[in-house]
Design a protein around this ligand. Structure first.
Ligand code: HEM
Length: 427
């Protein structure tokens, strides 16, 4: 069930915290769904994960295998490694600013393709150690097609999602033609001598660390599609929402620009302490709260079990319950969007975009559900987003570079409606 406008079904004041859409946004229940060994991926996500990211990818793995590979990948995604991407991301940011500068006399510019390209460039350099220009044009067009497919609202895609629960994988492979082979071919041809990037770190591990079981080249190559798609589309979408909100909120934009200019003036342009910019970080948190790139995720009960709730709810038969019995095979939706608009969690103005809530100290700590600001945007539990730190750094740098140099506004008579699809498509 897709709302005509994003946020309509999440307006809990109108519909109450339990309406007939099958979804769960109770923090405790979400924690349980995301962490319990009794809960696995839903068949739809399993099929779609294999189809889009390739067989054997981290996203569809579970249990010991996931833990081993995840531990291995975590070594390439520490806070320190992520920080080392700062100069590269700043270069990407300057490149975007230069492109916008060239077109700044045009009446109105759609910045989405520019942001999309910046996110692709950043991921290509961070993960593969290559410039986008090193690849053929089909690399860029394949990525653009994946972006379009992920936010597709077409009846065919909705049907494919529905059938995904029932059809075997080989039919899905034949039915949906995503250009996913592009990445494997490119990496196999060019990728094995990479250094100074994520794949380089994984391929050349610290051999003195005997606690690690280094991944094989094959295993790493298998994760390429996942890293590229998960790292590119999500970040581009989130940055697009950031600029949409800035364009709607001139005062916030001006204050942010002042903070950026002041910080750059104090620290120098190659030395910007992004984590110590209060408004920039409050703004990013608010964007991530209201516009999670993955608005919900699906899971399935692997056995009969009991799901706890943090608040008592009244069932259709009038019973008050504080836990929900689940049956093997029940499909569960962890509704990230609604959790992040829950008034009991974020306050009465939970639906408003108000970055200052993070500065005023109004956001209560609450249950620790995710890795960043207690948001579920990067999910929680063992299957948490692998590179949430890189996503945040990328946002900090792109926003600082662009807001520091340009002013953004929405063209007159051009209303933008946000809709929900498989992902939260950019406005
Ligand atoms: C704003 C940007 C991003 C958002 C909102 C985001 C969100 C998420 C979410 C919600 C999941 C869990 C999916 C599920 O289980 O249903 C996830 C997983 C993942 N993300 Fe991100 N992500 C972002 C950026 C990135 C980046 C930059 C990378 C990098 C390389 C990345 C790599 C991954 C990977 C590999 C997984 C699978 C982890 C596993 O299953 O163990 N993501 N992400």
């Amino acid at each position: 069930m897709i709302a005509p406008t994003y946020g309509e079904y999440e307006r809990l004041k109108t519909y109450g915290s339990g309406y007939s859409l099958k979804g769960c946004f109770d923090p405790l229940a979400s924690q349980y769904i995301l962490s319990s060994p009794h809960i696995g991926l839903s068949p739809t996500l399993q099929n779609m994960g294999n189809l889009v990211f390739g067989e054997g990818n981290l996203f569809v793995m579970r249990g010991k295998e996931h833990k081993r590979l995840r531990n291995e990948f975590n070594t390439a995604f520490t806070a320190g490694t992520t920080h080392s991407y700062t100069p590269m991301l700043e270069r990407v940011g300057h490149g975007v600013a230069d492109k916008l500068e060239l077109t700044s006399d045009t009446a109105s510019i759609n910045i989405m393709p520019v942001i999309n390209n910046a996110a692709l460039t950043a991921m290509t350099e961070a993960a593969l150690g290559y410039l986008v220009d090193d690849f053929e044009d089909r690399y860029v067009s394949a990525n653009a097609q994946i972006m379009a497919a992920a936010s597709d609202l077409s009846p065919g895609k909705i049907l494919a999602d529905a059938l995904g629960t029932y059809l075997p994988e080989w039919i899905l492979h034949a039915a949906v033609k995503l250009p996913t082979r592009t990445f494997n071919t490119d990496l196999a041809q060019q990728g094995s001598d990479i250094t100074g990037d994520i794949f380089g770190a994984l391929l050349n591990p610290d051999r003195s660390d005997t606690t690690r079981t280094p991944s094989t080249g094959e295993e790493i190559i298998t994760q390429t599609q996942l890293l590229m798609i998960a790292g590119h589309e999500t970040t581009a979408t989130t940055v697009a929402f950031a600029f949409w909100e800035l364009a709607r909120n001139e005062q916030c934009q001006d204050m942010l620009r002042a903070e950026i200019h002041w910080t750059v003036g104090e620290a120098g342009s190659g030395n910007i302490p992004y984590d110590r910019m209060p408004l920039l970080n409050a703004f990013i948190k608010e964007v991530l709260r209201l516009y999670p790139a993955e608005p919900f995720t699906e899971r399935m009960a692997l056995q009969d079990t009991i799901m706890p709730l943090s608040e008592t709810i009244t069932t259709a038969t009038g019973d008050q319950i504080s836990q929900v019995p689940l049956h093997k095979g029940d499909i569960l939706i962890a509704d990230i969007t609604s959790y992040q608009r829950l008034e009991s969690r974020w306050g009465e103005d939970a639906h408003e975009f108000r970055p200052f809530r993070w500065i005023d100290g109004e956001v209560s700590k609450g249950e620790a559900v995710g890795p960043y600001a207690n948001l579920l945007t990067f999910l929680g539990g063992p299957y948490i987003c692998l590179e949430w730190r890189l996503a945040i750094l990328e946002m900090q740098i792109l926003i600082s570079e662009l807001v520091g140099n340009f002013a953004f506004a929405i063209p007159e008579n051009d209303p933008i409606t946000v809709r929900l699809a498989n992902t939260l498509p950019p406005p």
